[in-house]
Design a protein around this ligand. Structure first.
Ligand SMILES: O=C([O-])CC(=O)C(=O)O
Ligand SMILES: [Mg+2]
Length: 609
């Protein structure tokens, strides 16, 4: 079969259509619009391209396009407008009874009709995010093998050592890739080791790059490093999609990730942004440190969550009118999120002139071994400054009574950890206690919105990683904030990619926290909501993107020559266009993709040894 669909369907046949359908024809009123001019020559576009996920407009192809692209007759007569297409998708979406079924429907939509998919997501962020992102994506990852329906990114297994560059080059849009979200699936949300099923998270994160920050999907490549899984039930699951081996460990594992990083740079260029997601905590910190000087990378669970956590704390400062340094803050959990937030908080307090000792004196930690005290045998280096010389306790309730925190931040994946007693004690000690339940998905929250409001008599300033609906309490409608890194990473990557930054310095996460904290109006802050609404996530990403880009330019991290004043215009011009824009016919007339300049003579790799 010929690759090109070169049918003899030019002037002659078109003219005959026009001839048989007169201007008063009632059966196909659209046909009369076809004018016999040279602009209506057929376009020799491979049918695979016309009907590919990137270009397929389905019933939105106009009659003229259908004829010129030789797809006339392959679909019914109706030509749908944008609104009609959205209505059709919305109707389908809401017809499903379960969220996993909605997820499955959206996967199919993305795979068949990419632009329509992003139109729908962007228009319905509020209802769609809980499906393609937390909490449903978590559930979907647990049954990812069953839901699997084709290529969504690159899978690299431990057997691919020595060939990773070649594998990355197999990606059909390899020349376009500018950002990667990579996971090894070891700590998927609060659900633990899901192995190769973790790909669902990388896909979901990158969809927010496009839906919230306007980054074209062709620039985004989700990657799963399949280094095995220690989750025995996956080994036995007949539908599991990954290797049924124990995880690689030690030097072998680190060498594997090193090769991956080198292969990314040599395939896509040195300014490729590499987003680490859902690695187990010690590995997450180890890679963040290991690649610090060599790659443009960040860890979303540490740095993205830190920015969002600090923004929430700044919001509490606005409500309580008490500076953060006077709050007593208790972290429950000592994983990526908690350590990331505490470290950024320390930087924030030290930027206010406090010494490290003063900045950390009111910050407490509690984990599975109890309160973090100086008498503990082995303490991770980052946590040493937070250990307190105090009585040991294994009970969080006892610790809350003892240190009287005004803010508690949970990132434990231990649902229900914030008991009634804890919330009541905090409310008895403070006018407006801050309660953060960061753990995802919803089933892992340390307490629900309803519990926080009920047990605190409506005083709690409550936020959670996953979405909770508003709660009616004593005739008042209380709206929880969503303390999720989706308010940070889309903007951060937008700024970084816009200027082709060489690195992502800590300062931009601080900047991000301050920008995010400005979003809630005074009225919203007074109502107890310290984060914007999810439907505003687009605006948030744009603002953070612009400010981050300016910072990176002004501080010498930008490779692209761009003036700070031109950043907004650049972002607007190059963002992903949700409307169909130029027709495929026009697009096809200018199909030449520029080669990736960075791959032409990419920098010498300088992996830290
Ligand atoms: O994905 C999310 O919703 C937040 C996140 O990074 C995590 O919980 O690991
Ligand atoms: Mg994560």
């Amino acid at each position: 079969m010929s690759f090109f669909r070169i049918l003899n369907f030019g002037i002659t046949r078109r003219t005959s259509i026009s001839n048989t359908h007169q201007s008063n024809c009632e059966c196909c009123p659209n046909l009369i619009k076809i004018r016999p001019s040279s602009s209506h020559d057929i376009i020799r576009v491979p049918i695979e391209v016309v009907l590919s996920d990137k270009f397929n407009k389905s019933l939105a192809f106009t009659l003229e396009e259908r004829q010129r692209l030789c797809i006339h007759g392959l679909m019914p007569a109706c030509v749908r407008t944008y609104d009609e297409q959205m209505l059709a998708i919305e109707t389908n979406f809401h017809s499903f009874e379960s969220n996993v079924a909605r997820y499955r429907y959206l996967r199919a939509l993305r795979q068949g009709y990419e632009r329509m998919y992003f139109q729908f997501v962007s228009k319905n962020v509020n209802v769609v995010l809980p499906i393609i992102y937390t909490p449903t994506v978590g559930l979907a990852c647990t049954v990812y093998g069953m839901l699997y329906r084709g290529m969504t990114g690159i899978h690299i297994t431990k057997h691919d050592r020595g060939h990773m560059k070649q594998i990355l080059g197999n990606w059909p849009l390899a020349r376009e890739v500018r950002a990667i979200c990579v996971t090894d699936g070891q700590r998927i949300l609060g659900l633990g080791d899901l192995g190769a099923n973790g790909m669902g998270i990388a896909v979901g994160k990158m969809e927010l790059y496009t839906a919230l920050a306007g980054i074209p999907p062709r620039m985004c490549l989700p990657v799963c490093l399949d280094v095995g899984t220690n989750n025995k039930s996956l080994h036995e699951d007949p539908l599991y999609i990954g290797l049924r081996d124990e995880r690689l460990q030690g030097d072998e594992y680190v060498g594997f990730v090193d090769e991956f990083m080198e292969a990314v740079v040599s395939t896509f260029g040195s300014q490729t942004l590499i987003h680490f997601e859902d690695f187990a905590t010690p590995n997450a910190f180890m890679f963040l440190d290991r690649y610090q000087q060599c790659y443009c990378h960040f860890n979303d669970d540490i740095q993205g969550t830190a920015a969002v956590g600090l923004a929430g704390l700044l919001g509490i400062q606005r409500i309580t009118k008490k500076p953060l340094e006077e709050h007593v803050i208790l972290f429950a959990g000592a994983g990526s999120a908690a350590m990331g937030i505490a470290s950024l908080l320390k930087i924030e307090l030290m930027s206010r002139g406090l010494t490290e000792a003063d900045a950390t004196k009111n910050i407490y930690f509690y984990d599975q071994d109890g309160a973090l005290t100086t008498s503990r045998k082995s303490i991770p280096e980052l946590l040493c400054v937070f250990a307190k010389n105090m009585k040991e306790t294994k009970s969080l309730e006892e610790l809350v009574e003892q240190v009287k925190p005004s803010i508690i931040m949970g990132a434990t994946s231990a649902p229900g950890l914030f008991s009634e007693k804890i919330i009541r004690t905090m409310a008895a000690n403070h006018e407006r206690p801050g309660i953060f339940a960061f753990s995802n998905p919803t089933s892992k929250s340390e307490c629900t919105a309803e519990q926080a409001y009920k047990f605190s008599d409506g005083k709690a300033i409550y936020s959670a990683g996953s979405p909770f609906p508003p709660v009616e309490f004593n005739g008042k409608r209380l709206t929880p904030g969503q303390a999720n890194n989706c308010f940070a990473f889309p903007g951060m990557v937008l700024g970084t990619m816009t200027v082709l930054a060489t690195r992502m310095p800590d300062e931009i996460f601080l900047l991000c926290a301050h920008e995010l904290a400005k979003f809630p109006s005074n009225e919203e802050i007074q109502s107890g909501r310290i984060y914007p609404l999810v439907k505003e996530a687009n605006k948030v990403a744009y603002k953070i993107g612009v400010e981050a880009a300016k910072y990176l330019i002004e501080n010498g991290y930008a490779k692209r020559t761009l003036e700070p004043d031109d950043v907004e215009a650049y972002i607007k011009k190059h963002g992903y266009k949700l409307n169909y824009g130029r027709s495929l016919a026009e697009t096809w007339a200018y199909p030449k993709m520029k080669p990736n300049p960075s791959t032409a003579g990419h920098e010498k790799k300088q992996k830290k040894k």
